[in-house]
Design a protein around this ligand. Structure first.
Ligand code: URA
Ligand code: SF4
Length: 216
């Protein structure tokens, strides 16, 4: 696993330039079984960047982040929190879908990316952030948060406060943009799976409200 860095252009010019380069990334083995690279999406002037784990089954087929069931829930929560969808860029710490086929081969079961895969893919996120200059980063769930803050970080231990960014980053040298804020919250897929779905959803909306409050 050599990582994505050698595939990231020195001067991509735009998110489109990054997306084109990422389509050919072979920085780790995950490109082999997935359909395509699912790069981030949203306006380059976005003040908020929402970061998930990795594309899901639907995203892998369609080539866009958060367009499946978790994305629908996230869109609803963003709107309810008073954030403008047009002011948000959505992406993932890992850009290829990691899955295991069922014995029949009919279904593809999501698998969590491991630390090596997350670290391999981080140069893409760093490159996205250096073009976007967001005011607020939102880590959706533990995998995204660990990618940003290191393996010891947990959502329960980090949520509820606006953390300084990139000062709090695990590898601040990778994230060279000016001061911003980082907010940790639950992953929309975790809300969908939860027994106490309404409570988790309300928590997600409350966290996104806090993120919105940091916008200037
Ligand atoms: N879950 C994620 O973390 N990202 C997506 O893009 C879709 C579902
Ligand atoms: Fe490259 Fe990331 Fe895909 Fe691995 S998961 S091949 S590092 S884009």
């Amino acid at each position: 696993e050599r990582g994505a860095q050698e595939y990231v252009p020195d001067d991509p010019g735009s998110i489109e330039g990054l997306r084109a380069a990422a389509a050919h990334c072979r920085g780790c083995h995950l490109y082999r079984d997935a359909t395509q690279t699912v790069f981030g999406a949203g306006p380059e002037h976005a003040r908020v960047v929402l970061i998930g784990e990795q594309p899901g089954d639907v995203e892998d087929r369609r080539g866009a982040p958060f367009v499946g069931p978790a994305g629908k829930l996230l869109d609803r929560a963003i709107a309810e929190a008073g954030l403008d969808r047009a002011d948000a860029y959505v992406t993932n710490v890992v850009k290829h879908f990691k899955f295991k086929a069922t014995a029949s081969g009919k279904r593809r079961i999501h698998q969590n990316p491991n630390r090596t895969e997350i670290v391999a893919c981080l140069p893409w996120l760093a490159a996205e952030l250096s073009l976007l200059h967001p005011q607020v980063l939102v880590a959706l769930g533990g995998t995204a948060l660990k990618g940003l803050l290191g393996p010891a970080a947990t959502v329960s231990g980090s949520r509820g406060v606006l953390l300084p960014w990139p000062a709090s980053a695990h590898r601040p040298e990778l994230f060279a943009e000016e001061g911003a804020r980082l907010l940790a919250t639950v992953h929309p897929s975790a809300v969908l799976r939860a027994v106490d779905r309404d409570a988790l959803y309300d928590g997600l909306v409350a966290d996104l409200r806090l993120a919105a409050s940091a916008l200037t």
